[in-house]
Design a protein. Structure first.
Length: 238
């Protein structure tokens, strides 16, 4: 039995992204698909005294390329983003604990490819900070064929998936009978019920980068992503 998720890589994703990673045996960065500009691939939000602030990676608006083919010719955004993150969270309880980790990510390497940066940082956060043991793969490793849903189903077949976990917005384009015919259980992830945590600058905001949660609660972050469900009857075991 192999529970799989296949999602495009995102920039410093929110906690729900890591919730799905934790739910599955195999997480596939689905980056050999069309790039969409002004999307989660290149931007996310942090909390500031003035409210949520977008951090956006300059990657151009050309949609005639795959996510994995998006180059980043100007690396100056790395320093700008790190300064914004440090300014917003320097006084957070666990900023110092993770400062070297994130400073190295932003300053230790000059990133020239969007997918490479997103995947590297997401893997590191999941493995080193959240202690998730899910296996990661890149969709290009499978050589899936077709377009849209055909390509996804081919990818899941090549990955030997028995279950597919996806976010609730996928219901707009997923065709459940196709998954049933392929023998793949379709599971929609619910993002409801996340508990609030001590967060700067009220009102509370769930829809921000994982950085916000890590800097505020540190090693307790897994509780606020999936651990809280253990206190309710709906918690499912992996």
């Amino acid at each position: 039995m192999t529970r799989v998720a296949a999602i495009q890589s995102s920039y410093i994703p929110w906690k729900g992204y890591f919730d799905i990673i934790h739910d599955v045996d195999l997480f596939i960065f689905y980056d050999d698909v069309q790039y969409t500009s002004r999307d989660w691939r290149t931007r996310n939000r942090i909390k500031t005294p003035s409210g949520p602030l977008w951090l956006s990676i300059p990657a151009g608006a050309d949609r005639n390329r795959r996510v994995c083919d998006v180059d980043l010719p100007d690396s100056r955004w790395q320093e700008r983003h790190w300064r914004s993150i440090r300014h917003a969270y320097a006084r957070a309880p666990f900023f110092r604990q993770y400062e070297d980790f994130f400073e190295t990510a932003y300053r230790g390497t000059t990133w020239d490819n969007l997918s490479a940066f997103n995947q590297s940082l997401t893997r590191a956060i999941a493995r080193d900070l959240l202690r998730i043991d899910t296996v990661f793969r890149d969709s290009r490793e499978y050589g899936s064929e077709g377009r849209k849903l055909d390509k996804l189903l081919d990818l899941l077949s090549r990955a030997s998936a028995t279950s597919y976990v996806t976010g609730p917005s996928a219901a707009d384009y997923i065709a459940p009978p196709r998954f049933a015919a392929a023998g793949i259980e379709l599971i929609y992830k619910s993002y409801a019920g996340y508990p609030e945590y001590p967060q700067f600058y009220p009102p509370f905001e769930h829809g921000v980068s994982i950085l916000d949660l890590l800097f505020h609660v540190g090693p307790e972050a897994p509780f606020y992503i999936w651990g809280w469900r253990e206190r309710g009857p709906a918690m499912s075991s992996r």
